[in-house]
Design a protein around this ligand. Structure first.
Ligand code: AMP
Length: 509
C-alpha cells in the first residue's frame, strides 16, 4: 500500500470528507490537506533546499502542521517532527544543529534560537499564505523506495538525541500491515491521536486514518492537561480506533465513566510502546464489550511496530504477563544469547528484528548505526536487522514475550528515556560533579525518577530549594517527563566491587 496514493484517491473522490479534527476546534478536509500540502511542496521545491535534505516541522497538532509533514513527503524531503510541548528549546536547537541548519516550517510560536539555527524559517502566517494557493500533484517528486520519509529523534544515551531514519518503503510496508490489525474494517473510522507527532506511536493513527478514508482526531496538549475537557472531547469524538500508550488508557480508566457508553463507536484499542498490564486489558475488555484489544510491539528503529496479538479475556486471566505479539509478514523475530547464538524456544535473550520495516539507522551516526544495525537474508531478499536491546523469548506459537531492557533505557508513562541522557544533562550543570538517575517503582511500574547528585562545592541552597533550582535549570534542556521528581544529594556515589556506580543500592534509597 502506497500511503500518498491512498490519500490522493480520497482527496480526488471525496474532497469534502473530513481528514483532521483537533480539540482546538480546527478541522480540515482531504481536499484541503491535499492541495495545501501540494502548494507547500511546490514552495519547498522552488526554495532550493538540496534534494532529500531533511526539513524540520516544528509546532503542535494542527491541520497546517500535518499539511507541512505531507508537503515534505511530496517534495522528496524527510520531515523531522518536533513537538513544541514535548521538546524543549535547547533540544530543538540541538536537533536543528544535527540536521545542519535546515529549513524549518514553524506551525506555532517558536523560540528565537530556533530561527537562528535554521537556514530559513517559515512562520504560521507565511505557511498559511502559501498553503492557500493550492497546487497540482507532482508524484514524480514524492519520496519513494529507499528515500527517507521521516527522521524521529529519540533519547540518546550520551545526552544528545539520535535521529532514526525511516524510509518510504518502511513506512508503506508497515502501513500495509497496520490496517489489518484487530481484523476490523477500518474504512471511514475516526482514529484517536494521543501521542505528539515527534513520537513514533503517532505514525500508527496518522497513517492508518489517512490511508483508510478515516478522520484523525487529535487530542491537543491543552485538552490532555484537563481531564474533564478531555472526556468531553472524547465523548463527542466518535472514535472507532483508539491508539495510545497503555499509560494513557490507565489514566482514563481511573474515571468510572470511561466505558462503551462514553465511546459507543469504539471497536479497537491498539497499544504499543510499553507493557500492557493484564489488569488494564481486562478492564478495557469488560468496560468496552464491543471493542478488541491489540497489544503490539516494536521500537522506532523498525517503524512503529513489528508484532501484534489480539488480547483475549483468557490471556488477561492467566498468571503471566501478556505476550507482545507475533511477527508481521515481512518481519522475522529472533532471540539470541550474549554470543549471538539462537536461544531455544522459551529461553530469554536479546530480541533481533529482521525485515522490510527496519529503518536505515541513525542520522549521521555511523558509529551508533554499525553497533545496532546489520543485514540478513529473509525469503531470499536482503533485509536490514536491528538489535533491540530488549530481552524477550519466543514461544512455540512464535509469540514474543517481553522481559524488559538489557540496558539503561526505560519507559516512563510511555516515553522512551535513556537514563544516561538525563545524567549527562545533570552533569552539565555547573554545581554538579557526578549524577546517577534511578527509576522508583511502585506496583511494578515506574512511579517517578530519582536523581542522585554529587556537588562540587556546598550549594548556595540545599534541600527543596536546591531541587527546585535544578529542575528549573534542567527544563531548558530536557523534556518535562525526563526531569527527575526527587533529588538526593550525596558526598559520593556508592560503587560496586568492580568500580561501577552501584545503581541497585541507589535504587533502594
Ligand atoms: P519506542 O522507540 O519509543 O517505540 O520504544 C521502543 C521500546 O519500547 C522497545 O524497544 C521496548 O523496550 C518497549 N516496548 C515497545 N512495545 C512494547 C510492548 N508492547 N510491551 C512492552 N514494551 C514495549
Amino acid at each position: 500500500m502506497r500511503y500518498l496514493d491512498a490519500i490522493a484517491k480520497t482527496a480526488a473522490s471525496n474532497p469534502d470528507r473530513t481528514a483532521i479534527v483537533t480539540t482546538s476546534g480546527d478541522t480540515a478536509t482531504y481536499g484541503w490537506l491535499w492541495s495545501a500540502s501540494e502548494a507547500l511542496a511546490a514552495w519547498i521545491d522552488a526554495s532550493g533546499v538540496p534534494e532529500h535534505e531533511p526539513v524540520m516541522v516544528y509546532g503542535h497538532k494542527s491541520p497546517l502542521h500535518i499539511a507541512c509533514m505531507h508537503a515534505c513527503l511530496k517534495s522528496g524531503h524527510p520531515y523531522v517532527p518536533v513537538d513544541r510541548f514535548s521538546v524543549p528549546k535547547e533540544r530543538a536547537v540541538s536537533i536543528a544543529g544535527q540536521i545542519g541548519a535546515p529549513l524549518v516550517l514553524a506551525t506555532s510560536e517558536f523560540p528565537e534560537e530556533l530561527a537562528d539555527a535554521a537556514s530559513t524559517l517559515l512562520d504560521t502566517s507565511r505557511l498559511t499564505a502559501i498553503a492557500e494557493k493550492g497546487g497540482a500533484s507532482q508524484p514524480e517528486r514524492w519520496v519513494s523506495g529507499e528515500d527517507l520519509a521521516y527522521i524521529l529523534f529519540t533519547s540518546g544515551s550520551t545526552g544528545t538525541p539520535k535521529g532514526v531514519q525511516v524510509t518510504a518503503d518502511c513506512f508503506d510496508n508497515f502501513l500495509g500491515w497496520a490496517v489489518t490489525l484487530g481484523g476490523i474494517d477500518k474504512t471511514g473510522l475516526t482514529f484517536l491521536n494521543q501521542a505528539p507527532f515527534s513520537f513514533d506511536l503517532s505514525v500508527y493513527e496518522l497513517a492508518m486514518a489517512l490511508a483508510s478514508d478515516g478522520t484523525l482526531f487529535c487530542l491537543t496538549k491543552q485538552v490532555q492537561d484537563n481531564m474533564r475537557e478531555e472526556f468531553k472531547a472524547l465523548a463527542a469524538s466518535g472514535v472507532g480506533v483508539w491508539v495510545s500508550t497503555p499509560s494513557f488508557a490507565n489514566m482514563c480508566l481511573v474515571d468510572d465513566s470511561f466505558t462503551q457508553e462514553l465511546l459507543p463507536d469504539l471497536r479497537l484499542f491498539l497499544f504499543c510502546g510499553e507493557t500492557l498490564a493484564n489488569s488494564t486489558a481486562a478492564a478495557l475488555l469488560e468496560r468496552f464489550p464491543q471493542a478488541k484489544v491489540v497489544n503490539s510491539y516494536g521500537p522506532t528503529e523498525s517503524t512503529v511496530a513489528v508484532a501484534a496479538v489480539d488480547v483475549t479475556p483468557e490471556m488477561t486471566a492467566a498468571d503471566e504477563p501478556l505476550p507482545v505479539g507475533i511477527a508481521r509478514p515481512g518481519t522475522r523475530l529472533r532471540v539470541v544469547d550474549e554470543q549471538g547464538a539462537e536461544c531455544p524456544t522459551g529461553t530469554y535473550g536479546e530480541v533481533i528484528i529482521e525485515g522490510d520495516t527496519v529503518s536505515a539507522g541513525y542520522f549521521k551516526r555511523m558509529d551508533l548505526t554499525e553497533k545496532s544495525f546489520g543485514t540478513a537474508l529473509l525469503d531470499g531478499k536482503e533485509v536490514r536487522t536491528y538489535r533491540t536491546g530488549d530481552e524477550g523469548a519466543l514461544d512455540e506459537q512464535g509469540l514474543l514475550h517481553y522481559h524488559g531492557r538489557l540496558d539503561m533505557q526505560v519507559k516512563f508513562n510511555g516515553y522512551r528515556i535513556e537514563l544516561g541522557d538525563i545524567e549527562e544533562n545533570i552533569r552539565k550543570l555547573p554545581e554538579v560533579t557526578d549524577a546517577c538517575v534511578t527509576p522508583f517503582e511502585r506496583d511494578g511500574r515506574i512511579a517517578y525518577l530519582v536523581a542522585h547528585v554529587v556537588l562540587g562545592k556546598a550549594p548556595a541552597e540545599t534541600g527543596l530549594k536546591a531541587t527546585v533550582a535544578f529542575k528549573k535549570e534542567l527544563a531548558a534542556t530536557l523534556p518535562h517527563y525526563m526531569i527527575p521528581r526527587k533529588f538526593v544529594f550525596h558526598d559520593r556515589l556508592p560503587m560496586t566491587p568492580n568500580g561501577k556506580v552501584d545503581r541497585k543500592t541507589l535504587a533502594k534509597l
